[in-house]
Write a protein that binds this ligand. Structure first.
Ligand code: GLY
Length: 564
C-alpha cells in the first residue's frame, strides 16, 4: 500500500507539457514515451522507436539531438550518466560516461601564485575541459543494448546539425549569459553567436563540422573520436588555446558500468546514480531520514522543515565522503544503512533549524548548472533515465577548430581548493580533489522509482540542486500524483553550506517563509526558477503511460502507441 505523502507543490503558474496514453498489454506498457528538454530531440527519439529501435536506440538519438539543439546543456564534448532497465532480464545498469581529468591535470592547476582559486581558468577555455565521455557512451549503448546501427540512431541529429534549427528564448538567454566568454574562441562564437552577440529568437544555427563529427562516429564508431584525424584536430585545437589534452588522454577514455544505488523508501524502490555521482547516495540518505516521519501527519511547515533538515545532513556527507570511487574509498554501505539515518536524525528538532556549523566539521570543496535530462520508456518496458552535461551553459565556450565539438568545463566540478565553493556554491574535500584520470564528482541523478504498481523515470539538470529537485519530485510520485506534478512542484534546497534555504522565485509562500524563519532557517529567494525535469510514468495496473516536461523549460513529452 502506498502511504499518502504530503503534497509539497505549493501551486504552479503554468502547466507542464503532458502526454498520456491509456490501455496497456499485460506486463508491457504497450506504448512508447519520450520526455526531453527539446521537442526536436523528443521527435528524434520517436523517429527511432517508430523505425524499430528500442529505448536504448532512442536514448542515443535523443542524446545526440540534444547535443545539436541544446548545446548549452550537453554535447559530444561532454559527459553523461545513463541509467538503463532491460525488460527482458530485469537488470538495472548504470553507464558512467563522466569526463576524466587529463593526465597533466594537477591538484593546484586552478590556483594562482598566491594559492588563490582562479575561477576563470576552471570555467572558460580548454584548460577547463575534461576528456569527453558522450561519444564512447553512444557507441557503448548501441553495441551492448541497442538494436539499430549508429548510422540509423544518429541520423536525426546529423540532419538537425546540417539543416539547422531555430533557436528559442532559452538559447538566447544562455548565449547572452556566456557572450563574453565566447570571445576567446572565434570558432565557437562563429557557430553559436551572431556578430559576437546572442542570436535573436528564430535564428537558425547550422553546425556542419558537428554533422561531420557525428557522421564519422556513426560510420566508424567512437574510435573515430578518440583516435585518428579527429582526435588530432581536437588535441591541436585544445593545446593551441591553452589546454593540456594529449592523444593518449583521448585514446585512454573508457565508459564504466557500475551497480546503481538502490534503497527503499516505504514501498518505493529507488534506483539511482552511484559515485562518481553524489545523487544516489545523497537521495538515499535523505529518504532514510524522511522515512522516520509520517510526513502526511505533519503540518506543511514541519514537513518542509524536515525535508530541509534531511537535505542539510545528506549534503554534508556529500562534501565529506564522495568522489570518484576509483580514486577514493567511500563508506557506501554505512551511508546507506537505515541505522545511520537514525544517527543523523537524532538531533533533528521539529522546533528549530540545526545550524550546519553544529554538524560534524568536514575537511572541506565545491560544481555547473546547465546540463540536461531525458526519460524514455519503450513498449516492451525497457527504460532509460539519462542526465548529460557540459557543466556551465555552453561548457567552456570553446570549440577546437574544424571539429564542431563544444568543450565541457566539467573540471570545475572538482574541488579546486578545500573550502572554496565552486560555481554552484558547493564545497568539498580531498575525496573530490583533482587527479589525473579521475572523474569529477557530479550531482546528476537519473532515477527510477518503482512500486509493484507504478514505475517512474525522473531526473533534471540544475547543478547542486539536482538532487533536492529529484527528492521533491519523488515525494510527489510517492503521493501517487502524475508526472505533471513531479515536474511542476515548487522547489527549495539546502546543501549544508552555505547554511541557507534557497528557493525558486515564489517557491515558498509568505506564511511558510515566516514559519521557517521562526524555526531559525535563513532563507534566500532566488531571482528566477530553476530546473528542467522530464519524466515518464508507467502505471501498470491502471494501464496508463504518462509523460511530462517541466513548465519552466521548452521541452516536449510524447506518449504514443507503436504502429502495428
Ligand atoms: N555538471 C553538473 C553535474 O555533474 O552535477
Amino acid at each position: 500500500m502506498l502511504r499518502p505523502i504530503v503534497h509539497l507543490a505549493l501551486g504552479i503558474t503554468c502547466l507542464a507539457m503532458v502526454s498520456i496514453v491509456t490501455a496497456t498489454d499485460g506486463d508491457k506498457p504497450g506504448q512508447h514515451a519520450v520526455a526531453s528538454a527539446h521537442p526536436a530531440a523528443t521527435a528524434a527519439g520517436r523517429e527511432i522507436l517508430d523505425g524499430g529501435g528500442n529505448a536504448f536506440d532512442a536514448a542515443i538519438a535523443v542524446a545526440a539531438a540534444l547535443a545539436v539543439v541544446e548545446p548549452y546543456s550537453s554535447g559530444i564534448g561532454g559527459g553523461a550518466f545513463f541509467l538503463l532497465h532491460r525488460a527482458a532480464s530485469g537488470a538495472d545498469i548504470f553507464v558512467d560516461a563522466r569526463e576524466t581529468a587529463p593526465a597533466a591535470a594537477t591538484a593546484d592547476m586552478y590556483l594562482d601564485a598566491q594559492g588563490e582559486f582562479v575561477r576563470d581558468r576552471a570555467l572558460n577555455g580548454p584548460l577547463a575541459a575534461a576528456i569527453p565521455g558522450v561519444p564512447a557512451a553512444l557507441a557503448h549503448l548501441a553495441s551492448r543494448y541497442g538494436k539499430l546501427p549508429l548510422t540509423t540512431s544518429l541520423a536525426p541529429a546529423i540532419r538537425l546539425a546540417k539543416e539547422g534549427f531555430a533557436i528559442g528564448p532559452r538559447y538566447k538567454m544562455m548565449a547572452g549569459f556566456r557572450t563574453k566568454a565566447f570571445s576567446a574562441s572565434p570558432a565557437a562564437a562563429e557557430i553559436f553567436l551572431r556578430d559576437g552577440v546572442a542570436p535573436e529568437v528564430g535564428a537558425r544555427i547550422v553546425q556542419l563540422d558537428l554533422a561531420a563529427t557525428l557522421e564519422s562516429i556513426a560510420s566508424d564508431g567512437a574510435e573515430s573520436f578518440y583516435r585518428g584525424a579527429l582526435a588530432e584536430r581536437l588535441v591541436a585545437g585544445v593545446r593551441a588555446a591553452g589546454g593540456i589534452w594529449t592523444l593518449a588522454d583521448l585514446a585512454g577514455y573508457a565508459v564504466k558500468e557500475r551497480p546503481p544505488i538502490v534503497t527503499m523508501y516505504h514501498d518505493i524502490k529507488v534506483v539511482s546514480a552511484p559515485p562518481p555521482s553524489s545523487g544516489g547516495i545523497v537521495l538515499a540518505e535523505a529518504f532514510n531520514i524522511l522515512e522516520r516521519y509520517d510526513l502526511a501527519a505533519l503540518s506543511e511547515v514541519d514537513r518542509v522543515h524536515v525535508v530541509i533538515e534531511a537535505m542539510r545532513r545528506a549534503y554534508r556527507d556529500r562534501a565529506d565522503f564522495l568522489g570518484d570511487p576509483d580514486f577514493t574509498t567511500i563508506p557506501t554501505a554505512r551511508l546507506l544503512a537505515k541505522a545511520y539515518a537514525d544517527s543523523l536524525a537524532k538531533d533533528l528538532s521539529l522546533e528549530t533549524a540545526t545550524p550546519s556549523a553544529a554538524l560534524p566539521a568536514i575537511g572541506i570543496k565545491p560544481e555547473g548548472e546547465d546540463t540536461t535530462h531525458f526519460s524514455v520508456l519503450d513498449a516492451d518496458g525497457n527504460r532509460v533515465a539519462a542526465t548529460l552535461s557540459v557543466n556551465y551553459p555552453f561548457g567552456a565556450t570553446s570549440v577546437p577548430p574544424g571539429t564542431g565539438v563544444l568543450l565541457n568545463n566539467e573540471m570545475d566540478d572538482f574541488s579546486a581548493r578545500p573550502l572554496t565553493p565552486n560555481a554552484y556554491g558547493l564545497v568539498g574535500a580531498g575525496a573530490n580533489a583533482i587527479a589525473p584520470g579521475k572523474r569529477p564528482l557530479s550531482s546528476m541523478t537519473p532515477t527510477f522509482l518503482i512500486t509493484p504498481r507504478r514505475i517512474g523515470i525522473i531526473g533534471t539538470p540544475g547543478g547542486s540542486r539536482i538532487i533536492s529537485m529529484v527528492l521533491i519530485g519523488a515525494l510527489e510520485f510517492a503521493r501517487d500524483l502524475p508526472p505533471s506534478e513531479w515536474v511542476s512542484a515548487k522547489r527549495f534546497h539546502h546543501q549544508y553550506l552555505p547554511d541557507e534555504v534557497q528557493y525558486e522565485k515564489g517557491g515558498l509562500s509568505e506564511g511558510l517563509q515566516d514559519a521557517l524563519a521562526a524555526k531559525g532557517h535563513s532563507l534566500k529567494e532566488l531571482t528566477r526558477n530553476y530546473g528542467n525535469m522530464h519524466a515518464v510514468l508507467w502505471d501498470k495496473r491502471a494501464g496508463v503511460v504518462d509523460a511530462a516536461s517541466d513548465p519552466r523549460g521548452e521541452g516536449g513529452a510524447q506518449v504514443w502507441r507503436p504502429q502495428p
